[in-house]
Write a protein that binds this ligand. Sequence first.
Ligand SMILES: Nc1ncnc2c1ncn2[C@@H]1O[C@H](COP(=O)(O)OP(=O)(O)OP(=O)(O)O)[C@@H](O)[C@H]1O
Length: 599
Amino acid sequence: MCERGDTLESLNPEQLNPEQKEAVLFRGGPLLILAGPGTGKTHTIANRIAALIHEGEDPEKILAITFTNKGAQEMRDRILALTGKRLTWIRTIHGTCAQILRLHIHKLPGYSEGFTIASTEQANKILKEAIHGLNINETAVDLADLSRKAARVKAQENPGEALVREGGDFVRIFNAYQERMRTLGCIDFNDLVYLTLRLFNEDAGTLSEVRSLWRHLIVDEIQDCDFAQYTLISLLGKERGIAVVGDDDQSIYSFRSATPEVLRRFVDDFSPEVITLRESFRLPKAVIAAANNLIKNNRSRFQKEIYSVRKVEGALAVLGFGSEVEEADFVAREIQALVRSDTPLEQIAILARRHVQLATVETALKRLKIPCRKTGDRSFYEIREVRDMLALMTAVALPENTPALERVLKLEPGITSRLVDVLEDLAEREEVSLYHAAEMAVDNGYVDGEARDALLRLLARLDRLRSRISDLCISDLMRAASVEFRYTQYLQKICRSKEDIDKRIGHLRELAQMADQFELNAGPNVVNFINEMAIAAILGGSPKEKEGARLITLHGAKGLEFRVVFVVGVLQGTLPHVRGTVEEERRLMYVGIVRREVA
Ligand SMILES: Nc1ncnc2c1ncn2[C@@H]1O[C@H](COP(=O)(O)OP(=O)(O)OP(=O)(O)O)[C@@H](O)[C@H]1O
């Protein structure tokens, strides 16, 4: 143990300004840190956590919640650098819920721990089937709209009331969808928070058991919360040391129900000490002036004009063009000049309100042969071999997980689609998982000859791998699975060229490296790794950035920083968008402007 004053001097290699210092040391109850862009949010919470540990707090008793994997990774790295310790509980909110549900979901009737976190594609398919089962004409409903509505309901503090408000056929569809998901052993992305809250509401014992795991709760980017997530955080944070960090000016995800109002709610519910960080270490003066001038027009916000004491003035130009094509050509020529003067392409971003505007710039860049990368490029997690390997890991660790086994069945020579149909019918008739159906088919002689041999081989392969889970690290378990299922030979059969095979093996190597990294961060738990991968797949994107200038929507740009930023397509009707609310559209532009960083 040490005195708090000493703590900072001995811990913190980089200076803390007075507000940051206050936020790091405050221990008098709930805390809200309001912080503008580049004012050292991550730096401050990392130091706060380091100070707690230095004062003698057990690192296992600290839960830090972020809203993106990137945010979680950044926090881990900084805490490791400050304390030399890897914290177990730095998680995204969805990752935290997945872990809680893996232990407790059986307390909700009809659910079991082997659940699959359904991909968006799987969830859409299940929604279609649910509608079909209700004899509602599929062509008469808008599926995308229905899944948005379901997500909205689940994002509320009181989803039951929200559902009743939606009324009509939607209630039937929602219930049928939830029921079908449940019987298939699936939950969707929004269920992670929705079902955790349901669990807490229906079983106070579980809430207090889970809450007692931690003494401190620290939340980054609270403005990215919807009301359901906020409710969860406030339940976990009651009577704990709770500190939240946020910037209501950067709340831009209302399309997925996030709202800056959660900051006010936090003030009302917790009466926290409020500390505002205003000094920006990242932005040049010209950008700060423009950003402040823009955002001060929003009425419902916490006042926190940012400033910089650094000398860097920076530059910001507003230019007009006759058409989007003309604008795109200008941007491409500017980038060409920047590259000639040695600005790395990866440090250049083109931001727009809509994808279609980025496509125009992409065409112009391609014409000048400038490499670029669009967000929304095919995600790493959608690649066949990555999905196969994750399905293998899931089938090994969670035998009851039917979708994973369905995929693995296709990897076993001799298992025909007819055999899969037989197994699926059996599973449905007997109301058991596909794995149990496979065992029953073998034990009761429902299949014979080659089909039986193939099925026996597959079950034996999975059993052998299962018995090695506790001996092998996750990446070695993957390698063992690849050998057991002769995956390289399988790739040779399905690939057209040697380059194709090498590329796919390269993807598997990348996945193995991610598993090693995960294990370093979070320990050797293959189920947690499966959770994390399923969530990352839904959030999209690639773990590794490809080369080239970045083309990103404003919504996708939050949290990223570049040396040169172009915001294109700033046209009345597009930005601000006709269907958006003006305050949120202003926040979007604000987020775009403040992506700039000083070299
Ligand atoms: N007191 C300080 N003195 C000097 N540099 C600082 C200080 N606080 C933070 N920084 C630096 O400022 C930069 C921004 O800090 P940090 O990433 O923690 O801010 P943030 O608010 O999380 O940023 P962003 O808005 O970009 O997400 C980092 O390079 C950090 O090291």
